[in-house]
Design a protein around this ligand. Structure first.
Ligand SMILES: C[S@@+](CC[C@H](N)C(=O)[O-])C[C@H]1O[C@@H](n2cnc3c(N)ncnc32)[C@H](O)[C@@H]1O
Length: 282
């Protein structure tokens, strides 16, 4: 296993590398599919007017923009992300919103003004730290005493058919990339509540609560778009990333065939399984 610093550097490089183009291209579709998660996490966080919020790993900014609406003119939101292309898109989308700013920075290392935030929020942006205890210790310093951390993360891979089914469909065409180890960063790194509890309590948070959130993940507006989106993301997307056009083409056809039985009135939706995690600063 690589050391924590190497794993972290690999993640930072990934989120600033060519793979991010997929997030930019499919931003509107992903936001539509993931909107229910944002709404559920914000409801759990019970965001109040006037609050100061840090949106960690904010990506292209949809949740930061929504949070800025909830905190209102007397509140403030900072959308923070380590990815230059993502923050650039977020900046464009959020232009003109007075109570919102953007920062391109590594959440694990950034020096935040101590005690300045009421809420640390994230939708799928906190599973990529090489040293998660160190990163959450750093983030906790940004919280005021009694402030809260609320984030959404994926439950294990085998509970998420919207990612599993496309990978299964292309397995005869490409080999999947090796799965990260249980203590390594990645989209499913926080599937195990015991691990997350261990990390957060070691970082100085009180014992977290875990709420299951089950949804139908909408892929695209029709079967073709669904196949395109499924081929671009998750384990299938990563396995296909550097493949030649002929393989990409065959993979999309295989994914389309696998998704077809799940299309209802042209729309494809597959189960997605999420943890909503809440922890107070101890
Ligand atoms: C799966 S995407 C989620 C993006 C967004 N929150 C959303 O829900 O659409 C994960 C995001 O976390 C960001 N990220 C990964 N490691 C980070 C770090 N160390 N500091 C800040 N952001 C990070 C990535 O650049 C990426 O934008």
């Amino acid at each position: 296993m690589s050391d924590a610093a190497t794993l972290h550097a690999q993640q930072v490089a990934y989120w600033n590398g060519p793979g991010v183009a997929r997030w930019i291209t499919h931003q509107a579709r992903m936001d539509a599919g993931l909107m229910p998660v944002a709404e559920a996490a914000m409801a759990l966080a019970a965001v109040q007017p006037g609050e100061t919020v840090l949106d960690i790993g904010c990506g292209s900014g949809a949740t930061s923009i929504a949070l800025a609406g909830l905190v209102g003119g007397s509140g403030h939101v900072t959308g923070l992300d380590v990815s230059a292309p993502m923050i650039e898109l977020a900046r464009t989308r959020g232009a003109g919103i007075a109570n919102l700013d953007w920062r391109q920075a590594d959440a694990a290392a950034e020096e935040f003004p101590p005690g300045s935030a009421d809420l640390l929020f994230s939708r799928f942006g906190v599973m990529f730290f090489g040293d998660p205890v160190g990163a959450f210790t750093n983030l906790r310093r940004a919280l005021r005493p009694g402030g809260r951390l609320v984030f959404a993360c994926w439950r294990p891979f085998n509970e998420n058919p919207w990612m599993m089914l496309p990978l299964q469909a292309v397995q005869t065409l490409v080999s999947p990339l090796p799965r990260p180890g249980p203590e390594e960063p990645g989209p499913f790194a926080f599937g195990d509540p015991e691990r997350v509890t261990r990390i957060l309590t070691a970082a100085g948070f009180a014992t977290p609560t875990f709420t299951r959130f089950d949804m139908a993940m909408q892929l695209g507006a029709n079967l073709d778009e669904a196949a395109e989106q499924a081929a671009a993301f998750g384990a299938a997307g990563r396995a296909l990333q550097d493949q030649p056009d002929a393989i990409q083409h065959a993979a999309r056809a295989a994914i389309r065939a696998a998704l077809a039985p799940h299309a209802k009135a042209g729309h494809v939706a597959l189960p997605g399984a999420v943890w909503l995690v809440e922890a107070l600063s101890a």
